[in-house]
Ligand binder design. Structure first.
Ligand code: NAD
Length: 504
């Protein structure tokens, strides 16, 4: 038993086993924190938070930059931990590390700029002579509830701007992948994070509910269904939420696209992390004249991929399915498509055990009657549909309850950008996919059932703050027309001015 396991099996109450999905073995047990335990974390966090807020941006940034250094020095340990509880390949886990390091750097550098006091022009006849400023004050405790597919990036990286804004954070990792969060806690402690300021609340949905109850802001990443439950619970205490939810990202391949690049991208962005990415390519629409050639290149690419238990860098390209029920869902989507006339070009079966693998799969002849084109599959499947033209492609892309991201492939970038404006999604990328996630200055969030709010950019840190407007009268005349006994005269005079200006 490792030190990490030893520290997670202690304590009374229920525990949850953590599985290595690539090997099919149990590697740890973690406690399920009940409501009282979460409230205790919150009480301590509230006491620690004011000093952290008062410490200022430089001091907070210094802790995060030390954490970045720790992460780089302990990279292999972090990669092993991520891979062991997710079944990711070495490279998929390494990608989490890279994004996290960039996230520390970005927020340590830009937080002060985004949260600096802002001067607002008081352009109103009623506020002549007043100075107006807006300031940002941390909310207090931010609850971050994360999914299992990116235990470092989609859980901890949303804590980074919350911490930089001066908040305390309670992180509730997925019950499927809690070990990465516990290692993150060790990282922050080693980097000088004040005690109790950052806490990890391991557990299941009941623990998540308790985190909602004690938080002043909730940053949730996960399924649309759970997101709705979180919003409903947060409404009871009028706690604001940000919801990063599911997706069904379309890829539109125009007849003039660079087919080699587009086919490689469909394979990579459809199968990265075994397809368990909220912003993976989940469905592809290809203009009829290039459909067959695109499929041929895509299948060739997929045929060369190796799947299995990662044994260090360069050993396999496709890892395991992390969450046990996921393999049933992937299988159901593929079987439903076959039953309705789709063709399996490659894959279409479970891989060999004892780990949980599903072969990288390409489906053609799919329609919007099939589950694989309407519901989030979250697995290593790439359904490809032939369309008459881009008009049909855009119509199909928008025929979805989701609106997270999309991509458009054409050599005519200007036309691609015009098409992008017609796709209903929080981000549309021309001739690439997914990489906008690392454009930390730009918002990333979903439309429709894919979310509420966004991460990254100015809103990615301001949302963790309360705003306060401070307005000062720069001169205070004794005969102030805003007050009695002059107010009636002022009101009539103002009325005449307003009618003169706006009534013309
Ligand atoms: P999930 O909704 O099942 O669980 C997410 C988290 O919510 C877990 O920590 C879980 O314990 C917790 N939870 C469950 N019930 C709760 C409740 N009633 N109250 C509070 N918390 C509760 O999601 P998942 O299966 O872990 O993750 C996969 C989903 O996440 C996919 O739909 C994927 O698209 C989505 N996702 C979205 C993004 C994004 O940025 N939009 C990123 C990654 C994953």
């Amino acid at each position: 038993m490792t030190d990490l396991q030893a520290s997670t099996t202690t304590g009374p109450g229920r525990t949850i086993p953590v599985e290595d999905p690539a090997r099919g073995t149990i590697i740890a047990d973690v406690p399920v924190l009940d409501s009282a335990a979460v409230h205790a974390l919150a009480t301590r966090a509230r006491m620690a938070q004011p000093a952290w807020s008062a410490a200022g941006f430089d001091a907070r940034g210094a802790v995060l930059l030390r954490a970045r250094k720790w992460l780089m020095r302990n990279g292999d340990r972090m990669i092993d931990t991520i891979s062991s509880e997710t079944g990711k390949t070495y490279e998929d886990a390494q990608l989490e590390l890279s994004v996290a390091a960039e996230s520390f750097t970005f927020w340590a550098k830009h937080a002060a700029k985004y949260l600096a006091d802002e001067r607002v022009a008081a352009r109103s006849l009623l506020t002549v002579g007043k100075r107006v400023r807006v300031r940002y004050e941390p909310v207090g405790i931010v609850g971050v509830i994360g999914p299992w597919n990116y235990p470092l990036v989609n859980a901890f990286c949303d804590c980074v701007p919350a911490l930089m804004a001066g908040n305390a954070v309670i992180l509730k990792p997925s019950e499927v992948t809690p070990l990465t969060a516990l290692l993150v806690q060790e990282m922050l402690e080693a980097s000088g994070m004040p005690a109790d300021l950052f806490a990890v609340a391991t557990g299941d949905g009941s623990t998540g509910g308790a985190v909602v109850d004690v938080s002043d802001y909730v940053m949730f990443t996960g399924s649309t269904r759970t997101g709705q439950a979180v919003m409903e619970r947060a409404a009871k205490t009028l706690t604001p939420v940000s919801l990063e939810l599911g997706g069904k990202d379309p890829m539109i391949v125009c007849a003039d696209a660079d087919l080699e690049r587009a086919a490689n991208a469909a394979a990579y962005y459809g199968l990265l992390n075994a397809g368990q990415v909220c912003i993976s390519v989940e469905r592809v629409y290809v203009e009829a004249p290039v459909h067959d050639e695109f499929v041929r290149r895509l299948v060739d690419n997929v045929r060369g991929l190796r799947q299995g238990v990662g044994a260090g860098p360069g050993s396999v390209e496709i890892g395991a399915l992390t969450f046990a029920p996921q393999i049933e869902l992937v299988e159901a989507h593929v079987q439903d498509a076959i039953a309705q006339g789709a063709e399996v070009q490659i894959g279409g079966r479970r891989g060999p055990g004892p780990g949980r693998f599903y072969e990288p799969t390409v489906l053609t002849g799919v329609t919007h009657e099939m589950r694989c084109m309407r519901e989030e599959t979250f697995g290593p499947t790439i359904p490809v549909m032939k369309v008459d033209d881009v008009e049909e492609a855009v119509r199909m892309a928008n025929d979805s309850v989701y609106g997270l991201q999309a991509s458009v492939w054409t050599k005519d970038v200007a036309r691609g950008e015009q098409l992008a404006r017609r796709v209903e999604a929080g981000a549309v990328i021309v001739n690439d996919a997914m990489t906008n996630y690392a454009a930390f200055g730009a918002p990333m969030g979903g439309w429709k059932s894919s979310g509420v709010g966004s991460r990254h950019g100015a809103n990615g840190i301001r949302k963790y703050c309360k705003t306060q407007t401070i307005m000062s009268a720069r001169f205070s005349p004794k005969k102030d027309p805003n007050m009695f006994p002059y107010a009636a005269w002022r009101s009539r005079a103002l009325g005449r001015v307003v009618r003169f200006i706006y009534g013309r």
